[in-house]
Write a protein that binds this ligand. Structure first.
Ligand code: SF4
Length: 407
C-alpha cells in the first residue's frame, strides 16, 4: 500500500492512499483500517483533528466553526486521505471541508430546493413522480458533502429533523398500487447494519406491485470497506435492485473503491453514477471526461450530471448552466456513448428533473428535421408520414430555432 498523501490518481490510474495520515504514531492496524465500523468511529469531525493534518486557510477555519449549526463535518479516514495537506483549492477538499462561503446567502438560495417537503404524503416518503417514490430512511451519511441538497435534514444539526415513519410509509406503499419503483436514500441507507438493510428490503419486496428497488448511496466512495461480501450476498437476494453511486472527481476512484464497485457489480447490481457539477471540482471537460471514462472501467454507467441545486450556502460551488452544456457538448460524440451522462436541472421548487441538452435540433417541422452533429456539421433528415404529433416546445421556441437557422 502507498503511504503518501498526494494528488495521485488524477489520471486514469487507480491508486491507494492508505494508510496515509494514519501511518503516523503507530497508525491503524490493517485489520482496523479495513473495518467499516472503525472507519466510522474514526471520522474527522472537529477543527482540532483537521488542523492536526491540514493547513487550513481562514475561509476554511471559519467555515468549520459554523458547520455545527448547518451541516456537520464528518470525513472517513479513507476519504480524508485523498485530501492534500496544503491546497485549499483541491477538488476533493472543496467537497467536504466547510468554508465560510456556506454562510453567504444568495437571493436564489432555498432550504428545500427540490420541493420535497411539499410532496411528502407520509413523513420520510417523497411521492413526486407518478410511479415512483423516494424513501428517506436515515439522515446520516458516512461523510457529509458541503453542497448536499438535503442539508436541511442530513447530519442532524440543520434546521429540520427527519422523522421517517416507517410503518406509515409501508402502509402508504401497500395502498398505492401505482408505485412500482422505490428509491432508498436519505442520508445513506448503506450505513445501516446488514440486518436492518435486509429487513427494509424484504419488507418492500413483500409488496407485490413494487417491481424495482434502487439505493442511492455514496458509501462505496466514502467507505468502500462497508461493501463486504456478506452485504453483497444479502443485497443480491432482492433483485431487481439497482444502485446509484455518487462520484464527482476521478481521484475518488481509488483501488479500494474500484474493488467495492466490482463486488457490487458481481452481485448483479447494475451501477449508475450521479455527479453534481461543482465549481473548482469538475467544471471542465478534461476532468469530466477522465471521470466518466474511469467510471466505465469500474463497471459504472455515468447516469446523471446534476446542475447544483440552489441549496442554501452553495453559491460558491455552483457553475453556470452554460458550463454544463459545454461539458456535455465536449463529451457527446467525443467519447463512448455509455460514458455520457444526462445533464439535468432539478426544477427549483419541485418540478422534477428536466434534461438539458446542447442544441442539436436546429429546425423541425412536418417535412424535415435539421440537426447538428458533434463536429458542428449540419444535416437534414426527412420527416416521414403525417402523424399528428404535437411538439412539446412552445411557438416562441420554434421561432427562436427558425431565427437561429436562417440568420
Ligand atoms: S452522501 Fe448524499 S445525502 Fe449524504 S451528504 Fe452527500 S449528497 Fe448529502
Amino acid at each position: 500500500m502507498s503511504t503518501s498523501v498526494t494528488e495521485k490518481g488524477d489520471g486514469k490510474e487507480f491508486v491507494s492512499h492508505a494508510p496515509g495520515y494514519w501511518s503516523r504514531n503507530g497508525g491503524a492496524a490493517l485489520e482496523q483500517w479495513n473495518d467499516w465500523k472503525w472507519q466510522l468511529k474514526n471520522r474527522i469531525t472537529t477543527l482540532a483533528q483537521l488542523e492536526e493534518h491540514l493547513e487550513l486557510n481562514e475561509e476554511e477555519r471559519s467555515g468549520v466553526l459554523l458547520s455545527g449549526d448547518k451541516l456537520a463535518l464528518a470525513i472517513t479516514p479513507h476519504f480524508f486521505n485523498l485530501i492534500p495537506r496544503d491546497n485549499p483549492d483541491d477538488p476533493i477538499r472543496r467537497q467536504v471541508i466547510p468554508r465560510i462561503e456556506e454562510s453567504w446567502t444568495s437571493p436564489y438560495d432555498m432550504a428545500d430546493p427540490c420541493g420535497e417537503d411539499s410532496h411528502m404524503p407520509v413523513p420520510g416518503l417523497v411521492h413526486r413522480y407518478p410511479d415512483r417514490v423516494l424513501f428517506l430512511v436515515t439522515d446520516r451519511c458516512a461523510s457529509y458533502c458541503r453542497y448536499c441538497t438535503r442539508s436541511r435534514v442530513v447530519s442532524g444539526v440543520g434546521e429540520q429533523e427527519l422523522h421517517t415513519d416507517f410503518e406509515e410509509a409501508f402502509r402508504y406503499l401497500e395502498q398505492h398500487t401505482e408505485v412500482r419503483d422505490v428509491l432508498l436514500s436519505g442520508g445513506d441507507a448503506l450505513i445501516f447494519s446488514d440486518d436492518k438493510i435486509e429487513k427494509l428490503l424484504s419488507r418492500l419486496r413483500a409488496i407485490k406491485h413494487i417491481e424495482f428497488l434502487r439505493i442511492g448511496t455514496r458509501v462505496p466512495i466514502f467507505l468502500p470497506q462497508r461493501i463486504t461480501s456478506e452485504l453483497c450476498a444479502k443485497l443480491a437476494k432482492y433483485h431487481p435492485l439497482w444502485m446509484s453511486v455518487h462520484v464527482n472527481h476521478q481521484r475518488e476512484l481509488t483501488i479500494e473503491v474500484k474493488a467495492a464497485l466490482e463486488r457490487l457489480a458481481n452481485a448483479g447490481i447494475p451501477l449508475g453514477n450521479q455527479s453534481v457539477l461543482l465549481k473548482g471540482v469538475n467544471d471542465n471537460i478534461e476532468t469530466m471526461k477522465m471521470l466518466v471514462q474511469k467510471l466505465l472501467m469500474c463497471r459504472v454507467r455515468p447516469y446523471y450530471l446534476y446542475q447544483c441545486d440552489l441549496i442554501n450556502g452553495s453559491s460558491h460551488l455552483r457553475t453556470s448552466v452554460a458550463k454544463g452544456i459545454e461539458i456535455i457538448e465536449g463529451l457527446r460524440g467525443h467519447t463512448t456513448g455509455y460514458a455520457v451522462p444526462q445533464y439535468v436541472i432539478d426544477s427549483p421548487g419541485g418540478g422534477g428533473k428536466v434534461p438539458i441538452n446542447p442544441g442539436y435540433i436546429l429546425y423541425h417541422d412536418k417535412e424535415k428535421i435539421v440537426i447538428r452533429n458533434y463536429e458542428g456539421k449540419i444535416f437534414e433528415y426527412p420527416e416521414t408520414g403525417n402523424e399528428s404529433v404535437e411538439f412539446a416546445r412552445s411557438q416562441s421556441q420554434r421561432d427562436y430555432h427558425d431565427e437561429f437557422l436562417y440568420s
